[in-house]
Design a protein around this ligand. Structure first.
Ligand SMILES: Nc1ncnc2c1ncn2[C@@H]1O[C@H](COP(=O)(O)OP(=O)(O)OP(=O)(O)O)[C@@H](O)[C@H]1O
Length: 685
């Protein structure tokens, strides 16, 4: 370490320490570059401010919208997410101890730190209400005890302002509805009242009576079913009023999630109980990605649709909203016409977006407790016939509470389903029940496999058994005379078989991370003769796109499989191409891409749980690392379990890692909830 008596004695000492942190991977090069830039622009900046700038940037890279100064001072080392996953960062923890944030900040209290930051007015500014977009503001914003990078503060503030405006109009939205008509449509769509559908009916009522609603719920609680019925209700009411049908669009944050929703919406619309087919035709089944909806402009952060070019729609449904970060949410809201409805769907207990912000999580912080005001309860009862339980009523509920509904009954998992019960236990942090469920072996859909160490063969055996069916489908290639349609059919079959099993892991690096696991599993499959050995590209190589490629029409997270296709001129020779499912999950043509055109891909025999969000597999297996990691949290384990449709396997090297993971929560620093929760419902509500 560069010599200095205290890391914050001088800017030079602080910069030297930050460089050391960067060199051992505790900070990203980007974090260090930001600080060097600030120091260059404002050489008088105090060392504590430089340190905070590095930490706020680092925290943004880990999904936090801001640096919470209270959290920083109570546990400074958390701000660097120590200990790191592995590699140089981990060695630096022991071999060459560097001063950590705790040592740098010792003796500092909040008021001194706030005063120091405020004094550096070239670098740190106060929030300016009147012009939240002003680019002349300093690069950091201090809002109370939260320090932001300016662009995240602006995004968060824009979300809060837009949602407040929408929520303030709730009485107009409700007044426009005829309660009896709503009730009649709900009875048509749902049939007689049924306690397992109470919250679905209530969700329809909340969303019908507002320009903004959030419907959250665990897997299989009926989010898709509910939203399709809601859309039928809205179109039905429009037709009653002899108005033109609503223009409805549905979107999801990733191509994978859009494809999945597409398939389930189509099925649900088909099964709706409707008085006539015209109404069915007015409910769209096509789901797009949010990026495509907004219109990406290559090379720009801005979209084609924005506040100056609003989206041409009346209703926007966004599914898998837990994956939306603050910037994407701010852009979506900006492009939404003021009178268009916004309905967010998702599971707020899932991992949040990898980018900064956990917008759905913030909006749903109080979802489980309801906090419905008496006026809301009365109105909901009048339109849905359902009454809100006493314990979920609150005369002091906030405006936001009146717009959020949590679905509480799983229609997918029976009461005796191991996956459903384990997901619940994990979600509520009930370690004892989770362990008992896994240990008893009494559930056919749950498997707990103890691993003796990183070299335990059980891991490879499971992976081979899981991937064998799709690799056998790869081997069952049509002959050289087969038509293009027959080759497409074969590729569809391979992709479907491939989607049945997935090995998930928390980490990226090391023997327990995707990189090591991919190598190991490929070696095993090659030894078993299921794939070619030694080749970089081979028939059956499964790859995941790691960056949106607008030219090829591929999205981050799309999965394709390399398959040999006959050459047009010489059908007995083949060339490898990667088959990707059609964009947005259509049944139509696949996309065949030459491997050389794919720049950002990785093999995906193992996948991080983060990347698996929005996907489901018949059988999902989660490999736990052999020691606790800041990445392994309750939300991550819950997300992994809920990726499994029929079977979940936990691969567990022991050492109490499961318990440590369940006890750790993702705690994203952000201010959206606090901004919105302070808003009281409109006076006449
Ligand atoms: N009210 C209901 N009555 C009967 N079956 C229902 C009802 N609601 C949902 N289901 C069934 O439960 C299953 C899950 O429903 P749905 O796909 O709507 O849930 P979801 O919350 O969107 O699920 P996901 O976890 O995929 O996001 C489906 O098979 C659906 O048909």
């Amino acid at each position: 370490m560069s010599a200095a008596s205290h890391p914050l004695d001088s800017a030079t000492a602080a910069l030297a320490l930050l460089k050391d942190w960067r060199d051992c991977d505790w900070l990203r090069p980007l974090d260090h570059a930001l600080v060097a830039f600030l120091h260059d622009q404002a050489p008088g900046t105090t060392p504590a401010t430089l340190l905070c700038a590095a930490l706020v940037s680092h925290q943004a890279g880990r999904g936090h919208v801001c640096l919470d100064l209270d959290a920083l001072l109570s546990d400074p080392d958390r701000s660097l997410s120590l200990p790191p996953e592995d590699g140089r960062g981990a060695e630096a923890m022991t071999e060459q101890p560097l001063p950590r944030p705790a040592q740098c900040l010792s003796g500092l209290d909040r008021s001194t730190l706030v005063a120091t930051l405020n004094a550096d007015s070239d670098v740190v500014g106060a929030p300016i209400e009147a012009s939240p977009d002003a680019d002349e503001q300093p690069p950091l914003i201090l809002d109370g005890h939260r320090l932001y990078l300016r662009r995240y503060w602006q995004s968060e503030r824009r979300i809060a302002v837009t949602l407040e405006r929408r929520m303030a109009q709730v009485t107009q939205w409700r007044d426009e509805l005829e309660p009896k008509a709503v009730r009649r449509w709900l009875d048509t769509l749902f049939g007689p009242q049924d306690p397992t559908e109470t919250w679905q009916r209530l969700a329809c009522a909340v969303a019908a009576g507002s320009g903004f609603a959030v419907v959250t719920g665990g897997p299989g609680t009926g989010k898709t079913t509910t939203v399709v019925r809601l859309l039928a209700l809205l179109q039905g009411l429009r037709r009653d009023a002899e108005q033109r049908p609503l223009r409805i669009r549905m979107a999801a944050p990733t191509g994978k999630a859009a494809a999945r929703l597409n398939a389930s919406v189509a099925g649900t619309v088909h099964g709706l109980n409707l008085p006539d087919e015209q109404l069915r035709a007015n409910i769209p089944t096509e789901v797009t990605t949010i990026h495509r909806l907004l219109g990406v402009r290559p090379g720009s952060r801005r979209f084609r649709h924005d506040a100056d070019n609003l989206l041409p729609l009346d209703v926007l449904v966004v599914d898998e909203a837990s994956m939306i970060d603050v910037e994407l949410m701010a852009s979506t809201l900006a492009a939404l016409p003021p009178r268009a409805r916004l309905i967010l769907l998702g599971d707020h207990d899932q991992l949040a977006s990898v980018e900064a912000g956990a917008v759905l999580g913030e909006l749903c912080q109080r979802a489980a407790q309801g906090h419905y005001m008496p006026t809301t309860c009365d109105w909901l009862e009048s339109v849905s016939g359902e009454s809100i339980p006493e314990q979920l009523r609150d005369t002091a509920g906030s405006a936001l509470d009146q717009h959020v509904v949590m679905l509480r009954h799983s229609h997918r998992f029976a009461a005796d389903s191991g996956i459903g019960r384990l997901a619940n236990a994990v979600n509520s942090g009930d370690i004892a029940t989770a362990k008992t469920l896994l240990a008893t072996g009494g559930y056919t859909d749950l498997h707990h496999q103890h691993l003796r160490g990183p070299d335990d063969n059980a891991l490879e055996e499971l992976a081979e058994a899981g991937y064998r069916p799709y690799l056998e489908a790869v081997a069952a290639r049509p002959d050289a005379t087969a038509t293009a349609a027959e080759y497409d059919e074969w590729a569809h079959r391979v992709l479907t078989e491939h989607g049945r099993f997935q090995l998930l892991t928390a980490l990226r690096r090391g023997p327990w991370g995707v990189e090591g696991l991919n190598r190991r599993i490929a070696a095993r499959l090659a030894a078993s003769g299921l794939i070619e050995s030694g080749a970089h590209w081979y028939p059956g190589r499964p790859v995941m796109v790691t960056r949106n490629d607008y030219e090829l029409g591929l999205n981050n997270g799309d999965i394709g499989i390399a398959l040999p296709l006959p050459d047009t001129d010489e059908p007995h020779r083949t060339t490898l191409r990667v088959a990707f499912p059609a964009a947005d999950g259509g049944k139509a043509a696949l996309r065949w891409v030459l491997p050389a055109r794919l720049n950002n891909i990785e093999t995906v025999f193992a996948m991080t749980v983060h990347k698996a969000q929005g996907s489901e597999f018949d059988h999902a297996a989660l490999l736990l690392p052999d020691r606790p990691s800041p990445i392994l949290t309750r939300e991550l384990i819950y997300t992994a379990i809920t990726r499994a449709r029929n079977r979940f396997t936990l691969l567990d090297p022991g050492h109490s890692v499961l318990a440590a993971g369940l006890a750790a929560r993702v705690n994203r620093s952000a201010g959206l909830h606090d901004q919105l929760i302070g808003m009281k419902p409109p006076g006449n509500l």
